[in-house]
Design a protein around this ligand. Structure first.
Ligand code: SF4
Ligand code: SF4
Length: 131
């Protein structure tokens, strides 16, 4: 009984030694998220426009129904999203939208600092998603 008590205490005190800390001094220090982390979305740009062809697959698969797409055609007859918006207050960061995209026009970044003061600031439009 006493032996187990000492073993438990030694494990606890080991974590107090330098180099064994499991927390960081955020925001001065930041952890690097795993490569599989699903953070803020990003619309992938090509040379002169976004890669998205406004096929409506991502809003169709989105379980939270938080993607709004409105398509239009440019002068070359190519479809593009005139409106592309994601409401991050409803998004559950499942990544289905990225998986569904047939042209890899959408990706999820490692950006996790998404705090804002106003509800409308959580609606990311095309301009913000292309950044
Ligand atoms: S991550 Fe999931 S919930 Fe968020 S926009 Fe994509 S499909 Fe919708
Ligand atoms: S699935 Fe891809 S190409 Fe289709 S609307 Fe969504 S981002 Fe655009």
């Amino acid at each position: 009984m006493f032996k187990e008590f000492i073993q438990g205490l030694s494990i606890t005190f080991k974590h107090l030694l330098p180099g064994h800390s499991t927390t960081v001094q955020y925001p001065d220090e930041r952890l690097t998220p795993s490569p599989r982390f699903r953070g803020l979305h990003r619309l992938v740009p090509t040379q002169d426009r976004e890669k998205c062809v406004a096929c409506y697959l991502c809003p169709t698969v989105c379980p939270a129904k938080c993607i709004t797409v409105e398509s239009a055609e440019n002068e070359k007859g190519e479809k593009y999203p005139q409106v592309y918006e994601i409401d991050l207050l409803r998004c559950i960061f499942c990544g289905y939208c990225v998986e569904a995209c047939p042209v890899e026009a959408l990706e999820m970044t490692a950006e996790y600092e998404l705090a804002n003061f106003h509800r409308e600031d959580f609606k990311f439009n095309k301009k913000r998603l292309l950044k």
